[in-house]
Design a protein. Structure first.
Length: 481
């Protein structure tokens, strides 16, 4: 064991000395060999106008200028001609990984791309393309996608002072040009940690930031991602964004700031929800959960094709969405809203969960809320993608008052539940009489119970009960405790 350690130490010292005094000072003579290794790793033909070498601390590095990746001469892809330029890098700086000396592969401790002009596009076939390769389609030949794979295999990848072009052939607008693009990616055992900043066109936004951690895998030539990310956009014009990118029809216009925390899993199937509009859910695919802090003005949104367009003068607060097995949950925290028509919703918390709506035997749901003005929410229901039975029930009973820390859970469909549970506190609650259900107004107190029975406490003034099946006129109480 002792002699083995001695041999390894001598070998490492010999390699270091050889690199320092023989290889790097004469790295130009090794340019052909280095370029051929990059070409073999990326699966493309590669050329460079100059090469230099040196040391950065204890790590040797090489620097290539004017690096061009072209389609290989043996390319048989239908839409890529051999010799066509796919990517040009003005400068590539790479610190050599000591592991590459042991495994015989060209692998770097970190790679820096300085000043590249990068482009990503969505073509008419709906696929995303980078450097002439479709990122989300089965590969056409053995070398497809190896350039991206090789870059992602590096321990660290940094892009500095880049420009980035986004072209979408499925939208009417011209290409988007981003400047001052900076990207940092680190590869770990559990995935890739990344960060990005970019300056978009002034008409679109002031600044875009992203960071997160993703586990990337490639299956049959298609990339899949699982992980989480944070994204923020400052002074964003969403109407302009829709011209250039596949933004859902949900958000048609708006201006302001958005911060989002997103969980992504492109390997999971989209939840199926029967009996209600699923357009807003499909718009989130492959997002499994999203939390968004928004501060928007002059916003126009249509949350589903079968609901009215919502014109918002101001919207601020937190909006949440989470996909679940057989359904989803949407909600808000401290969300305040003012429509252009003058309807104002004070800061309130709200959530709606719908699960297994394909049949009454498996269906269940829950509504929670706090600080909610029921009259305002009833007026806004026509704009939200809630089941038609909820809108119909709300229209019949016309609920009013303020809800505090309340919940309603049920099994079956909401209009004919097989069971339910209610728990909450209300102030000045009122609702219309309908059929066998009595009407009430001026109720302040708490309610707790289920379909088998329950209890309530009352601390009301000017309470009125309307029971048309039993009494010709409503009962009035000056106070009731």
């Amino acid at each position: 064991m002792f002699w083995a350690a001695i041999v390894v130490s001598v070998l490492l010292v010999t390699i270091v000395l050889a690199l320092k005094y023989f290889v790097l000072p004469n790295v130009e003579s090794y340019q052909g060999d280095i370029i051929s290794r990059v070409a073999a790793a990326s699966g493309m033909d590669v050329s460079a106008s100059a090469i230099r070498g040196g040391w950065s601390g204890f790590r040797p590095y090489i620097e290539l200028e004017n690096v061009v990746f072209r389609e290989p001469a043996k390319s048989t892809a239908r839409d890529r001609v051999a010799g066509t330029e796919a990517l040009r890098l003005p400068r590539l700086h790479a610190s050599l990984s000591w592991w590459s000396l042991l495994i015989g592969q060209l692998r770097f401790a970190d790679v820096s791309l300085i000043g590249p002009e990068l482009a990503l596009s969505r073509r008419k076939d709906g696929l995303l393309y980078f450097a002439g390769r479709a990122l989300n389609a089965p590969r056409e030949e053995q070398d497809d996608g190896r350039l991206v794979e090789w870059l992602l295999e590096q321990s660290g990848l940094e892009i500095q002072r880049a420009t980035f072009a986004w072209t979408d052939e499925l939208t009417p607008g011209p290409s988007l040009q981003f400047t001052d693009v900076g990207v940092h990616i680190e590869k770990g055992l559990s995935g890739h940690v990344f960060g990005l900043t970019a300056t978009p066109p002034a008409a679109l936004a002031r600044l875009i930031e992203m960071r997160g951690k993703l586990r990337l895998q490639k299956n049959e030539g298609r990339w899949w991602a699982v992980g989480s990310m944070y994204a923020a956009a400052t002074d964003t014009n969403f109407a302009e964004l829709r011209v250039h990118m596949p933004v859902s029809d949900t958000l048609q216009a708006g201006f302001g700031n958005v911060r989002t925390w997103i969980d992504i899993d492109s390997t999971a199937s989209l939840p199926k929800v029967a009996g209600m509009a699923v357009a807003p859910i499909a718009a989130f695919d492959p997002i499994r959960a999203i939390t968004a802090d928004v501060s928007l003005v002059n916003t126009r949104a249509q949350l589903s094709p079968d609901v009215a367009t919502l014109n918002i003068a101001r919207l601020a607060g937190r909006i949440e969405y989470k996909a679940q097995e057989g359904g989803f949950t949407i909600g808000s925290k401290a969300l305040e809203l003012r429509t252009r028509e003058g309807v104002t919703l004070p800061p309130a918390d709200f959530s709606l969960t719908m699960l297994n709506q394909s049949s009454a035997a498996t269906a269940k749901g829950e509504i929670t809320g706090s600080g909610i003005d029921l009259k305002v929410m009833s007026a806004l229901l026509e704009y939200f993608p809630v089941p038609k039975d909820i809108r119909a029930i709300t229209g019949r009973f016309g609920p009013r008052g303020v809800v505090r820390k309340s919940s309603l859970a049920w099994s079956g469909y909401l209009d004919k539940p097989s069971s339910f549970r209610i728990n909450g506190a209300m102030t000045d609650f009122a609702m219309n009489a309908d059929g066998n259900t009595p009407g009430i107004s001026g109720f302040t107190g708490t309610v707790e119970g289920d379909d088998k029975g329950g209890k309530f406490t009352v601390a009301s003034k000017a309470l009125q009960l309307d029971i048309p099946n039993l009494m010709r006129a409503p009962l009035n109480f000056d106070s009731l405790d």
